[in-house]
Ligand binder design. Sequence first.
Ligand SMILES: [Zn+2]
Length: 166
Amino acid sequence: MAVYPIRTFGDPVLRIETKPITDIDSGVHTLAKDMIETMYDAPGVGLAANQIGISRRIAVFDANDDLGPRVMINPEIVETAGEMEMEEGCLSVPGHWWEITRPAFARVKALDLEGNEVEYAGDGLIGRVLQHELAHLDGGLLIDVLPKRVRKKALKELRDEALGFT
Ligand SMILES: [Zn+2]
C-alpha cells in the first residue's frame, strides 16, 4: 500500500473529467486500497482518484458512520433533494473552509470492487461527501458552487497563495 501526495488547486488534472473504469482488475483493487490509505493519512472523509493525479472514475469515502471505507467505481448521482448549508473543505484546497449550499440528500449508483451495483444515499455528511467526490470526478471543485461574490474573493486568495503573496 502507498500514500500518494494530494494534488492541489491549480493542478490541471483536477479540472479534467475522469475516464470510466472498464475493467475492475487487480490494478483497480490496489488503487482503491492506496486511495483509502491516502484518505486516512490526510486525514479526510473522501478522496477522488484525480486528487492523486489518476484520471479514472473512482472515489473512496468514509463518512464516520461505522460502516468503514467504501469504494465507488463509475458513480453517478441518481437523486438529490432538499437544500442545506454546511461548512465544507477539500484536501485539494487545504486550509480553506466555506459555508456551501448543496442539496441535503443525495443518492449515488456505483459499482463496488466485485463489480456489483451498489447504492449509497443519505443526507448530512454522507450526502455532502457523495456530492463533493462526484464533482471531483467531473473535474469540479468546491469553489465552483460558491456564490459569485464569495467565489471571486476565494479565487483571488488561492491565486495569491499560489504565487507566494501570503
Ligand atoms: Zn475535495
